[in-house]
Design a protein around this ligand. Structure first.
Ligand SMILES: [Mn+2]
Length: 331
């Protein structure tokens, strides 16, 4: 039996299904959760979606997003749902601690059958079924494959297809990264065929800027962009600066890509200070400039070769100093 059919078997036998995903949700974690949720509905199975924290505003237009229960705001309910579940999906993360230590520990302890579907490197193998495909551009693409390979494409409609589109679109920088294969475009074509509205999705997702967000991004690029040599660029924002623009979740999303978009730049970083912790995003271009090792060695993080994240406990200026010091070793 292929892995998709094994998963469908488990779904059919389950009574209490919970869908989980990683902390700081993005288009792929929200998209894959909602797509699976809608697919389960079509299989006449209800499910709960439990995420570590709230959905970012730019995705709040998605259908049924309001049904997501989040651990930060509703710990007891999430704990109750996880404890009483007989089947738990772990989407878009490779290791329980990606949900945060507390929620990750709860997941590790519960007795439910666990299915991981993910595309991040180095899966820890914590689940009963571990579907890891690191060549996939997104977890949403894997959800599509689950539906297709299990012979359920007749159930695919815009309700399932819209969140799948969102996840693929956001995890591929709108279909530009080299993780996009011919297969990805064939899937997108199929989604349009069943009524997914690509123009509305792009507008709903990307054209929702507030004035404060635009001003913050303008400030970041005009005042806080630093270029090192000709191949490295970074932007940093202190907590004070973020507050000055009434910073909201998601307002700085993709700023690292703005730094990377400078002609000739191969490596970009974005530093943001929040609650005394420095969170860092790294992006790079091409196979010659992997950035996940640096994230792992110096910033308690990791990720893909061209897209990684990390953190630094200390001052923003110290984090930047460390980055400037070690980056020549990765060029
Ligand atoms: Mn993803």
């Amino acid at each position: 039996m292929n892995i998709s059919n094994q998963i469908i078997e488990q779904i059919k036998n389950a009574n209490k299904i919970v869908i989980t995903s990683h902390k700081s949700p993005d288009g792929d974690s929200i998209g894959s959760s909602l797509a699976l949720f809608q697919f389960l509905k079509k299989l006449n199975k209800s499910a709960s979606i439990c995420h570590p924290d709230a959905c970012p505003k730019f995705l709040s237009w998605l259908e049924d997003v309001n049904l997501i229960v989040n651990f930060e705001e509703n710990k007891e309910e999430v704990e109750r749902l996880l404890n009483s579940a007989d089947l738990i999906f772990s989407l878009d993360y490779n290791e329980p601690s990606r949900m945060g230590n507390e929620m990750g520990e709860i997941l590790s302890k519960v007795s439910a059958f666990k299915i991981m579907i993910d595309h991040h490197l180095n899966p820890s193998g914590f689940a009963n079924i571990n579907w890891s495909d690191t060549s996939s551009c997104s977890t949403c693409q894997l959800i599509y494959e689950l539906i297709a390979e299990s012979g359920n494409l007749d159930l695919l409609d815009a309700q399932i297809g819209t969140p799948i589109y969102v996840g693929i679109m956001t995890d591929t920088g709108s279909f530009r990264f080299n993780s996009v294969k011919a297969k990805t475009h064939l899937i997108i074509a199929k989604l349009l065929d069943v009524g997914v509205k690509n123009d509305e999705i792009h507008e709903n997702t990307f054209d929702d800027n507030t004035q404060d967000k635009l001003k913050l991004r303008g400030f970041a690029t005009s005042e806080k962009l630093v270029i090192l040599g000709d191949k490295v660029a970074y932007i940093s924002l202190s907590e004070e600066e973020l507050n000055q623009f009434k910073h909201d979740k998601g307002d700085t999303e993709g700023l690292v890509n703005v730094a990377l978009s400078i002609k000739g730049v191969k490596i970009a970083a974005f530093f943001a200070e929040k609650d005394g912790l420095i969170k860092i995003s790294f992006r790079s271009k091409g196979i010659d400039h992997p950035i996940n090792m640096l994230a792992n060695e110096y910033f308690q993080g990791g990720g893909h070769a061209n897209a990684a994240g990390g953190k630094f406990e200390g001052k923003l200026t110290d984090a930047i100093e460390l980055f400037e010091k070690v980056i020549p070793n990765y060029m």
